[in-house]
Design a protein around this ligand. Structure first.
Ligand SMILES: Cc1ncc(COP(=O)(O)O)c(C=O)c1O
Length: 652
């Protein structure tokens, strides 16, 4: 492993001008030839299904011609795709892929492994579990106790996390029902430290048994009666088996109380997938409760406490709380350490608890910054000194270290892991939870009770079925070249943060007069948000129009499809951004909070640049895509204003 990651960086990517073309070509050809060699030597006695003579047939030649022609067409079409590899791309959270990932994916794709079960992916299922263990270690989980695997992406990973979380939250109720049916007395620990028999607990207490205690109890249930009896009794009472309707009916019968609608608390910045997830799980989007933000777009822990307190006093259960590490819009990192303190307080003072999930789909790889080679933690000052920046703060490091205390975390390799799609990951701190969703088909490997990390049949525990082993190999090979610490991903993410800070500072200091740039706070990771203003603008609607026009010129939506630089935009809407909007409106000096609140879905249009380019902070002779961008932004502003002016309207 090179001592100096700044020297390794040049070998990590194909490069914006395909500078490493020879390297990639050599490795891809190596992989291809090696695969061909494998086929040629696999049972050589089998003879040939396609002979040289067959290749001289008209139909064969025609097919090859069609294939070649159509491929040329596809390659030409793809040139209209997104140039995510270039420093000119400052748009969505997609960047270059590491060469390791590209080669790992390509090589394994030829073998077409399916990580549903080890019998069709003897190599890549092992790699997937290895990778999950690496990610678990990075965030601070004990890989021998946790459970994790790759998914098709962040949405699926988050879905699974909530699926498991709900299973664990309702577990004590199912156990109480089963224990009652089986005549068992099982003692359980209560959030306030007391102990009681599970069958005597009132509904509210059953809904507030801590995750670990529920899972301990579950193990005791299985040990207390013959397996088939437990299986039958448990299925009679588990939500997964009987469904919400029957579940509520039974609870009303047993406790004189139908199941109070459990809520899922999410940061107001939560990705829209959470709404899909609560809908799909039957929880219902009305049960998705958004927690207000502070001015840095992080979940406000005081507002969280208020909500939790109010819900607990109304005896409304909280299924889970979703905090974000790296928000989609602005890469804000919630103070997860403080969020966990709120839960501890709720347990102490209200007898209420809930599953804490961190959606670190975007920001998860930033945790690599906090790790030395060998895995020890790095203090904030040590990281700052190595990077030569004022990032990260002590608070940021505490928030990221707290990932290890969350009950589940999702981290997407296909975002800041620079891995080709599709590769998300879900990690659960107490791996026993996976058994709650286990399903056994008759045609795949028999039931196993292996320790987490050594599973042979992933399909048993996961939402998806067939899934690409190639994605696992891509992540695995990339982690070999860029370890999840200061030598690899830690350095890479740090470079993008340095680039984002340079970009933010350049926008703050840019003289685009008479235009003004209004900036959201310096980002917690690497997404910079800003908007433009002009003295002629009178209302928020005018401001939105100008920024929409700038966006239209600096995105692939541009009529000639050739923007100089590519950005994206988002909308800050009420009530989600109520806590963050005031300083932005103050800086804008146009429109009041009430006007903004009344703007509904229109909100405030904000331009957004995700800085995944590790070369943006590089000194010359690297291209200067910061000043280049400022020039393009100025031109886009002039054009946008010209088009919206009354004179221009007349010309039209
Ligand atoms: C914070 C966060 N969570 C989840 C997702 C969903 O990820 P995917 O698009 O991979 O399903 C995203 C996507 O941008 C995200 O930013």
């Amino acid at each position: 492993m090179p001592k100096d990651p700044s020297e390794a960086l040049g070998a990590w990517f194909l490069g914006p001008r395909a500078e490493n073309a020879e390297l990639l070509e050599r490795l891809v050809i190596e992989a291809l030839r090696d695969h061909i060699f494998w086929r040629r030597n696999y049972h050589p006695e089998d003879g040939f299904a396609i002979r040289e003579m067959d290749k001289r047939r008209e139909g064969y030649e025609e097919t090859v011609a069609t294939l070649t022609q159509e491929l040329m067409g596809l390659l030409a079409e793809l040139k209209r795709d997104v140039p995510f590899f270039s420093g000119r791309y400052k748009g969505h959270m997609v960047g270059e892929q590491t060469i390791a990932a590209q080669v790992g994916y390509f090589a394994t794709m030829l073998y077409n492994t399916n990580n549903i079960a080890i019998e069709i992916s003897p190599v890549t299922t092992r790699l997937e579990l290895e990778v999950a263990g690496q990610l678990a270690r990075m965030i601070g989980y004990d890989p021998t106790r946790s459970w994790g695997h790759l998914t098709g992406g962040g949405t699926i990973a988050n879905f699974e996390a909530l699926w498991l979380a709900r299973g664990v939250r309702y577990l004590a109720m199912a156990i109480a029902g089963a224990a009652n049916e089986l005549g068992l007395e099982l003692p359980v620990r209560l959030p306030d430290g007391g102990e009681a028999s599970i069958v005597e607990l009132p509904l509210w207490d059953l809904l507030n048994v801590a995750n670990g205690d529920s899972l301990d109890l579950w193990e005791r249930l299985w040990a207390s009666a013959p397996r088939p009896d437990v299986q039958r009794a448990f299925a009679n009472h588990s939500l997964a088996a009987i469904g919400y309707q029957e579940y509520s009916r039974r609870l009303a019968l047993d406790y004189g109380d139908p199941l109070p609608a459990g809520v899922v608390l999410v940061a107001a910045t939560a990705h829209y997938s959470w709404e899909k997830i609560v809908r799909a799980l039957g929880i219902g989007s009305n049960q998705l409760v958004h927690i207000p933000l502070d001015r840095w777009c992080r979940m406000d822990p005081d507002a969280l406490w208020e909500r939790v307190n109010g819900l607990a006093r109304r005896r409304q259960p909280i299924l889970a709380l979703v905090s974000v590490c790296g928000t989609t819009e602005e890469s804000a990192v919630d103070r997860l350490d403080q969020v966990l303190q709120v839960r501890a307080r709720a347990e102490r003072e209200l007898g209420a608890t809930f599953h804490v999930h961190s959606d670190a789909c975007y920001g998860g790889y930033a945790a690599a910054v906090t790790r030395r080679a060998g895995g020890a933690r790095r203090a904030a000052a040590e990281i700052r000194a190595s990077m030569g920046t004022d990032w990260p703060s002590e608070e940021w490091v505490r928030a990221v270290e707290a990932l290890g205390e969350a009950d589940s975390v999702t981290v997407d390799p296909h975002k800041m892991g620079y891995i080709p799609y599709s590769a998300g990951a879900v990690l659960v701190r107490d791996g026993r939870a996976r058994h709650l969703v286990a399903t056994d088909p008759p045609y795949l490997s028999p039931v196993e009770t292996s320790a987490p990390g050594t599973e042979r049949f992933l399909g048993r525990y996961i939402l998806e079925g067939s899934k690409p082993g190639a994605a696992a190999a891509a992540v695995w090979l990339s982690h070999k070249v860029l370890p999840l610490d200061e030598r690899g991903y830690g350095y890479l993410v740090g470079r993008t943060v340095a680039g984002a800070r340079r970009f933010h500072a350049a926008l703050a200091g840019a003289d685009l007069s008479p235009f003004r740039v209004i900036l959201l706070p310096v980002p917690d990771i690497n997404i910079v948000c800003y908007l433009l203003c002009h003295p002629s603008l009178r209302s928020l609607r005018d401001v939105n129009e100008l920024n929409e026009r700038v966006y239209a010129r600096m995105s692939l939506a541009r009529s000639d499809g050739q923007p100089e630089y590519i950005i994206t935009r988002t909308r800050l809407r009420s009530p989600a951004y109520d806590g963050a909007i005031q300083p932005i409106l103050d800086a804008l000096a146009i429109g009041s909070v009430d006007e903004w609140k009344g703007s509904g879905m229109e909100g405030l249009v904000v331009l957004r640049s995700t800085i995944m380019d590790p070369f943006l902070a590089a000194p010359p002779p690297a291209p200067d895509h910061v000043n280049g961008f400022l020039g393009a932004l100025r031109r886009a502003c002039d054009e946008a204003l010209g088009e919206s002016s009354p004179a221009a309207e007349k010309r039209c």
